[in-house]
Design a protein around this ligand. Structure first.
Ligand SMILES: *Cc1c(COP(=O)(O)O)cnc(C)c1O
Length: 386
């Protein structure tokens, strides 16, 4: 984040981050996970809210185990939390990356026999061993050893002691769809793996997986998006609190005649005299172009596009979202209720993250992690003070 963006006097957008809600969400997920331990997944800069704020707040709420996607994220997290156990989902790429991870005391999640060999060779050369996690692919066709490779490894490793796994894990493809048969088949594969690695902690559930029931939680759960207020499973009541409110400053208010068009491509013709709030956010800030009120042929999810919330009213995006600016139709908001310089909410307290995401044809995860670097980020506690 640049210094300019951090200066509230001149920022075009602001993010209000409720760390009490984050801590409460962690505690709620930990309680649902019990007797399993809830780790926290803080990859992608803690889902866009900022690792340097999220990690200490989670640690203060009692979290001691963290997952990140890449070694660089682990190095940054190590500086914030010297005593935490930090798992790196990418595993090691080669000897050089193993050295960086060793120095920072990170635990690689090893995803292939090749990665296992890299880590084992690195420590063999130093006459030592260090903990690692093993990731088994039970149905994502993404990262991980095959089930057969993992079973073979478990049988061999007892004798040659090449590595010291402290966690064996897998990842669910369809946890957000509780009735999907894949949840059951992945669970059954994972149970076989777990038996083969007896005495080693095991982990299967992401946020949504925690809500599938107690047989999915094992010893460790790995919630990510639910910590940050995202809806893990559609259709169930979200017991978690929103953490982020995103707003943009209204920098101009326009009175435009019926018959005029608005924004690039002239994709909307005004059918009435219209009051337009021009807000300082755009796709460069992660306010996706797919949220445009019109003129985005590929979006099929929601015809009407995104909405903003200002002066107690939900108002539609008008025409295309542009790089730095978005137009909102505030004709229905009483005159004088909004003035230039006011903030309009993009999502958060009044417009659920999921609703904004759906309007963009995407998911809350993507809206959060694409929040740009131009926002002024401020912490707030739930009572409203900064
Ligand atoms: C991102 C990720 C998680 C967290 O998933 P959420 O759906 O955000 O809870 C857990 N495990 C793995 C392997 C992941 O990649």
């Amino acid at each position: 984040m640049s210094a300019a963006a951090a200066d509230p006097r001149i920022a075009g957008g602001r993010l209000t981050i409720d760390l009490d809600a984050l801590a409460a969400n962690y505690r709620a997920l930990a309680q649902r996970s019990a007797p399993a331990i809830a780790a926290a997944v803080v990859k992608a800069d803690a889902y866009g809210i900022g690792l340097e704020r999220a990690a200490p707040a989670l640690a203060a709420a009692g979290c001691t185990r963290f997952f990140v996607a890449l070694p660089g994220e682990g190095v940054k997290l190590r500086q914030l939390l010297p005593g935490a156990e930090i798992f790196v989902l990418s595993g090691v790429f080669d000897e050089a990356s193993a050295a960086v991870m060793a120095e920072a005391g990170l635990v690689p999640v090893l995803n292939s026999l090749n990665q296992i060999e890299i880590w084992a060779r690195f420590w063999r050369a130093r006459g030592s061993r260090r903990p690692c996690a093993i990731h088994v692919d039970t149905g994502m066709s993404r990262l991980g050893l095959t089930v057969d490779e993992a079973l073979g490894l478990a049988a061999r490793n007892g004798s040659d002691h090449a590595i010291t796994p402290i966690l064996v894990m897998s990842h669910l493809a369809c946890a957000d769809t509780p009735d999907h048969p894949k949840n059951r088949t992945q669970l059954e594969s994972f149970q076989r793996i777990r038996q083969a690695f007896s005495g080693v902690d095991s982990s299967l559930a992401n946020s949504a997986g925690i809500f599938l029931g107690p047989e999915f939680t094992f010893e460790v759960t790995r919630p990510g998006v639910a910590l940050f207020g995202g809806v893990a499973v559609e259709g169930i009541e979200n017991p978690l609190r929103p953490v982020v409110t995103a707003e943009a400053r209204i920098i101009q208010i326009r009175h435009v005649r019926a018959g005029e068009t608005a924004s690039y491509g002239a994709t909307v013709t005004l059918d009435r005299d219209t009051v337009i709030a021009v807000a300082a956010t755009g796709y460069a800030d992660g306010y996706h172009r797919a949220l445009s009120g019109s003129g985005v042929p590929l979006r099929e999810a929601v015809a009407a596009g995104g909405t903003g919330f200002v002066a107690g009213h939900e108002v539609p995006v008008l025409g295309r979202v542009t790089m730095d600016l978005t137009l909102f139709d505030i004709t229905d908001v009483p005159e004088d209720a909004v003035t230039e310089g006011d903030w309009i909410e993009l999502f958060g307290a009044n417009i659920p993250l999921e609703k904004a995401a759906k309007a963009a044809g995407t998911i809350g995860y993507e809206l959060l992690t694409s929040l740009g670097r131009r926002y002024w980020r401020r912490n707030v506690n739930s009572t409203g003070s900064q």
